[in-house]
Design a protein around this ligand. Structure first.
Ligand code: 5GP
Length: 204
């Protein structure tokens, strides 16, 4: 990916996009993975400050007023937002940023960064997605109660896939990771992302 690029990864809750994104970021030192703020409660195994910054609705609303977010959205009753300043710092360092966010926020971010690449991760089927959510949330009553809402939201978001650049089917995790890397590498080969290099070759 070109320096300072933004890559946005969306897809239904439970599709495994977080696992794919983390695997790619761990392999590369030139990519910054944004940590979002959310008002939802932490899930088992999630780490505050790493998975999300968990804040109250009051704090979240205050941050909206302060223009703290690059984008924010309400998703199934909770707020989610990308802090702007870490993204700006990553860009200054010449790193590319990955945002793992839902569709509404993705389009807000695309308006701010028109060259951002939009990637949509889908499950092999919606039946499989529901099973994954039921397995992931087993024992968590609040999360189980929200599964129908998450499925409805997933179907709504699916209609927006036509406005995305790339699709990755998460059937086989290794392949899905490879596909995301391919997309990132293709971005780094775009002529528009290599203007300096093109000049350097001519002048040497
Ligand atoms: P979950 O509760 O399953 O972690 O996340 C619910 C949805 O919110 C997922 O689609 C996830 O990608 C999205 N999300 C996470 N962080 C952000 C964010 O900062 N902004 C937006 N717009 N969506 C987010």
């Amino acid at each position: 990916m070109a320096k300072g690029s933004v890559i946005i990864v969306s897809g239904p809750s439970g599709v495994g996009k977080g696992t794919i994104v983390k695997a790619v970021v761990e392999k590369r030192s030139d990519m910054f993975l944004s940590v979002s703020c959310t008002t939802r409660a932490p899930r088992e195994g999630e780490i505050p400050g790493k998975s999300y910054h968990y804040i109250s609705e009051e704090e979240f609303k205050k941050k909206i007023e302060e223009n703290y977010f690059l984008e924010w959205e309400c998703y199934v009753g909770n707020y989610y937002g990308t802090p702007l300043s870490p993204v700006l710092s990553a860009m200054e360092e010449g790193k590319s940023t990955i945002l793992e966010i839902e569709v509404g926020g993705a389009f807000q971010a695309k308006r701010r960064y028109p060259d951002a690449v939009l990637v949509f991760v889908v499950p092999p089927s919606f039946r499989e997605l529901k099973q994954r959510l039921e397995t992931r949330d087993a024992g968590n009553e609040v999360a189980i109660a929200a599964i129908e809402k998450r499925m409805a939201r997933a179907l709504e978001e699916y209609e927006k896939i036509k406005d995305y650049d790339y699709i990755i089917v998460n059937d086989n995790l290794e392949e899905a990771i490879e596909n995301l890397e391919t997309i990132i590498n293709a971005g780094s080969l775009l002529v528009k992302n290599n203007k300096e290099e093109i000049e350097k070759i001519k002048n040497n």
